[in-house]
Design a protein around this ligand. Sequence first.
Ligand code: AOS
Ligand code: ZN
Ligand code: ZN
Length: 426
Amino acid sequence: MRIDENRLEDANKKSIARHNEHFDFLAGIMTNDGHDINAILQKLQDFQVAIPSWALGAGGTRFGRFGFQGEPANLEQKIDDIGILHKLTQTAGAVSLHIPWDVPSDYDAIKDLAKSHDIVFDAVNSNTFQDQKNAKESYKYGSLSNTNSAVREQAIAHNVDVIKIGDRLGSKSLTVWLADGTNFPGQGNFQKALSHTEDSLKEIYKTLPNDWKLFIEYKPYEPNFYSTVIQDWGTSFMLANACGDKAYTLVDLGHHLPNTNIEQIVSTLMLKGKLGGFHFNDSKYGDDDLTVGSVKPYALFLIFNALVYGMENNPQNPYPAWMIDASHNVKDPLEDLIQSLEAIQEAYAKALLVDQKALTLAQQNHDVVKCQEILQDAYRTDVRPLLEKARLNRNGAINPIETYRTLKIRENLIKERGADSVASGL
Ligand code: AOS
Ligand code: ZN
Ligand code: ZN
């Protein structure tokens, strides 16, 4: 299913007067404040976030999974779903594939389909946290860190395969997230696990094409509850340095112990040129994978402030690969993703409004109050008309959620795919 251009235009016509009024008001204030509106709009329009192939169906917890009707049953339908998201929001122009959940059967057909939706293939994700059918070795006690070399070799070979699959699609990066760790004190040897992981990553790194990057994701706990081998950014950073120039740390917003200062981690990594990938989500307690911006929008803004500073001042850091890493237990996954994309753009726009010159001056003068005023002045600005304008400029929807509902997209998907279709892979 595809969104009909005419119906999208009709929906926009209904909102255009209200949009113009709000935009003109905001544009007036911003121009008076010395902002270059067109430059900010261009940045918003260029900002594209990858949607992971596993986020299009309903997620679940270990207590159960409640399906959502009309879920995409195969990779083609998943890409169609991202096409819908991208058409409406104009900010979801990439897909991040999970292997082996979403191995293409016909590469040319998948590439053509993605292209027809204006979607590119971003980082590919390997999976050594589940045992695959017919696999010789089990990952029950770890993959790249396993004490058994046969298991490590199988996990390395899988990652090498994932690179090959990604290469055929035009991907340029591999994300490695390991579930490796222990559940109980004494179960494993920390030093051996880390050494094995480093050696295994180096083997994978050796096979990385020259124009590729390796992203190493960290996470403090879950699924293991006593220790995780790559538990924090420092461990990831150390491993990335051990691998080489093409290896980077990946920050997932949900992968920190409560109250960790993520904006400071981002700043440190960008200063060192090692922030490669970024997973967006939100949480209250742990790796909750909730809708971006739904719980801690100010924290997200502060993180974006660090990201914007890094993008503007750290040429040593590559442009990060952005991805939404969320799961959907009670919402329509597409509506949830639209909300996440909106929250990301909102935080980005607000960070672009921070008066960096004034902030630097206030910092030099140790004017602590002024520093806070500058940040909060940007944060308190209602930037939604800017986001609407950015979408309109790219022929997207002024109000994506409203349009999604007016065009009855979920109803149409259910008609097309059936009420009990279940997303493949999970
Ligand atoms: C797991 O907690 C991580 O966030 C991963 O990035 C991701 O969700 C997983 O690799 C899915 O394949
Ligand atoms: Zn993640
Ligand atoms: Zn996670």
